[in-house]
Design a protein around this ligand. Structure first.
Ligand SMILES: NC(=O)C1=CN([C@@H]2O[C@H](COP(=O)(O)OP(=O)(O)OC[C@H]3O[C@@H](n4cnc5c(N)ncnc54)[C@H](OP(=O)(O)O)[C@@H]3O)[C@@H](O)[C@H]2O)C=CC1
Ligand SMILES: CC(C)(CO)C(=O)C(=O)O
Length: 298
């Protein structure tokens, strides 16, 4: 079975490194130099301090026709529109799997009417060390849910049992994405603005209060009915990832753009539609936008 992975970032390299043993994997990178490096020096997976060098095929995205039974799209939210626009014209892929945080992609997926589209939520921790190296920093799972069409040959993957890389299934894609969105809407901007690891949001009483206030606003904007359950889920994630720097904090530290639009931007939009004011979300949204691209050490 042919598996394509668009994006040679942390998640793209992680997916490729775990699927390569059972499938014929090709990574589609944005830059030629990354593809050359992967082809020449192999993909390196670091886990528990051990490293493994994995032979993969890498091609700059757009250079040749993508022919895959399954295509994982692992670019950040803000690069998706460009990717969808580009491959829509010539791709012959059977099933597309989108692995983004946030909700920004849902609107874009309506452009893919004739396709089998699957959405996934990633609960692994992955850190890209360099263009050919990914560290698996937290073993979690990927949960997939059918957005439209059929699973196609993805069914085989759902039944495959790959050590340290479990793949689960969830019926309700909206519920699944919303649950993750709430976590990211709280943990990511707060850790980014306060410049703390995830666990500090529970350890410092005042930060926990801030998180609770934001939680109340986010629940109202999204019209969540299972409030206490959602709160307990967030607390569990903060405990489990206590030592993590959230992806938003890391993006800011490294001078990269964040996915704030697809996370808090979406919550604000939903609040607006329901006439629910979202001042805390707006405050944090502007704080994060203002921090993007600034020199962290200033
Ligand atoms: N990392 C993690 O632990 C987790 C990440 N996620 C989510 O997964 C998604 C991916 O995150 P992550 O892997 O960390 O992000 P990264 O920034 O590490 O990787 C994104 C990759 O996409 C590539 N890319 C961008 N545009 C294109 C294009 N047109 N064609 C081909 N490749 C392209 C980038 O290339 P270039 O390097 O050249 O810019 C980069 O390598 C995000 O939505 C994130 O929120 C979810 C849970 C955990
Ligand atoms: C779950 C959490 C908050 C883990 O850090 C995450 O998804 C992220 O950082 O984007």
């Amino acid at each position: 079975m042919k598996v394509g992975v668009i994006g040679g970032g942390a998640i793209g390299l992680l997916v490729a490194s775990y699927l390569h043993e059972q499938y014929d994997v090709t990574i589609y990178t944005r830059r030629q130099e990354q593809a050359d490096l992967l082809n020449r020096q192999k993909l390196r997976l670091i886990k528990h301090g051990n490293e493994q060098n994995i032979p993969v095929r890498a091609i700059p995205f757009g250079w040749e026709r993508v022919e895959a039974d399954l295509l994982f799209i692992t670019v950040k939210q803000y690069d998706l529109a460009h990717v969808i626009e580009q491959w829509n014209e010539w791709s012959e892929t059977a099933t597309l799997i989108f692995l983004q945080n946030g909700m920004g992609h849902i609107r874009l997926l309506s452009q893919l009417k004739q396709r089998n589209v699957v959405i996934g939520v990633v609960e692994h921790g992955a850190l890209k060390r360099d263009d050919r190296t990914v560290e698996h920093t937290g073993i979690g799972k990927i949960t997939l849910s059918l957005f439209q069409g059929q699973f196609g040959r993805l069914k085989r993957l759902l039944n495959a049992s790959i050590p340290d890389f479990p793949i689960g299934y969830e019926e309700d894609w909206y519920g699944m994405l919303t649950k993750k969105l709430v976590v990211n809407a709280l943990v990511n901007p707060l850790t980014a603005v306060l410049r703390v690891r995830n666990g500090e949001l529970l350890n410092v009483h005042e930060y926990k209060e801030m998180m609770r206030l934001l939680f109340t606003e986010v629940c109202a904007a999204l019209a969540l009915s299972n409030g206490e359950e959602a709160w307990e889920h967030i607390v569990r994630i903060c405990e489990k990832t206590a030592n993590n720097r959230s992806s938003m904090l890391s993006d800011l530290e490294q001078g990269r753009k964040t996915e704030i639009e697809a996370i808090l931007g979406y919550v604000m939009e939903k609040g607006n539609e329901r006439n629910i004011p979202t001042p805390l979300c707006q405050f944090l949204f502007h704080a994060v936008k203002g921090m993007e691209g600034r020199d962290w050490n200033e």
